[in-house]
Design a binder for this molecule. Structure first.
Ligand SMILES: NC(=O)c1ccc[n+]([C@@H]2O[C@H](COP(=O)([O-])OP(=O)(O)OC[C@H]3O[C@@H](n4cnc5c(N)ncnc54)[C@H](O)[C@@H]3O)[C@@H](O)[C@H]2O)c1
Length: 262
């Protein structure tokens, strides 16, 4: 898959750049000619991904530390990023955590952690981005939901509830900020990343079996989770580009058919 140079001049923040879909998104944006600031709570991985992206050519990527659950951290990192970039056109926001939990005994601590990172983190990063985009002609915000937020998820009660909240937030923010030409969409992915592989490693045989029938068997295109560079990168480029200027408030599965071909 060839990614064209269609993001030349675009100024982009990518959260969760240290691995998985955030790392693939940084690489795709740099290849497409964008200027990128990648952010993560994991500075070791984050710095490595950005250094490797710059080796692709162009020296267009920078790294900054952020904890998306912390308001001051988000405000400070976004202010620095906008200074480096000279403005902001796109926020790609894959940063999140995944934990297993059961509806009957999920703890208050696990629930609050999940909502702090995945829901508050989405609200804080989106608000910060909107603040910079609203007076400069608009922009594109790309959140990350999940099929878990659309169906019962017996092994991940708090995670699926939090992703449902991300879906609602995405629609609400899109409705509120459309007047300023700020678009807000959410990707619902199925990609082989460290998060997915760790969840599989935590599962016992029965859960892995159930996951096969519920999650992999239903991927019409090959019954395998996607590769984030090959299968997600081009979609991230499209949503950051002007080609997607009339798309907002959408929950967009990039999952080989998992969400709706069943
Ligand atoms: N992998 C899948 O198939 C799948 C399926 C559905 C939804 N998703 C969603 O897609 C997105 C990307 O997932 P992934 O598989 O690439 O995840 P991942 O775990 O591989 O990467 C997540 C990144 O976010 C960073 N992060 C975590 N907490 C943070 C914080 N407080 N502040 C800043 N950075 C933080 C991590 O350090 C990591 O680098 C997530 O929102 C996830 O919930 C993934």
């Amino acid at each position: 898959m060839t990614i064209t140079n269609e993001l030349t001049g675009k100024r982009i923040i990518v959260t969760g750049c240290g691995r998985g879909m955030g790392a693939a998104t940084v690489r795709s944006y740099v290849k497409a000619g964008a200027q990128v600031v990648g952010m993560d709570i994991d500075d070791t991985n984050g710095n490595t991904v950005i250094a490797e992206a710059n080796d692709l050519g162009g020296q267009q990527a920078h790294y900054l530390h952020v904890d998306i659950a912390d308001a001051e951290s988000v405000a400070s990192a976004f202010a620095q990023a906008v200074q480096i970039l000279g403005g902001l056109d796109t926020l790609a926001h894959p940063a999140a955590i995944q934990r297993s939990s059961d509806a009957g005994n999920v703890s208050v601590e696990d629930w609050d952690l999940m909502f702090a990172v995945n829901v508050r983190g989405t609200m804080l990063t989106n608000q910060a981005a909107f603040g910079y985009m609203k007076d400069s002609g608009g922009g594109s915000i790309i959140n990350f939901g999940s099929i878990s937020g659309q169906r019962p998820e017996v092994s991940a009660a708090a995670y699926s509830s939090a992703k449902g909240a991300v879906h609602s937030w995405t629609r609400t923010a899109a409705g509120t900020w459309g007047a300023q030409n700020v678009r807000v969409n959410a990707i619902l992915p199925a990609m082989a990343t460290p998060m997915y592989l760790e969840a599989m490693a935590r599962a016992n045989e029965e859960q892995r079996n159930a996951a096969y029938w519920q999650n992999r068997r239903t991927i019409a295109l090959g019954e395998e989770y996607g590769d984030p560079d090959r299968d997600l990168g081009p979609v991230m480029v499209f949503l950051a580009s002007d080609a997607s200027h009339f798309i907002t408030g959408q929950l967009i599965p990039v999952d080989g058919g998992q969400t709706s071909v069943r």
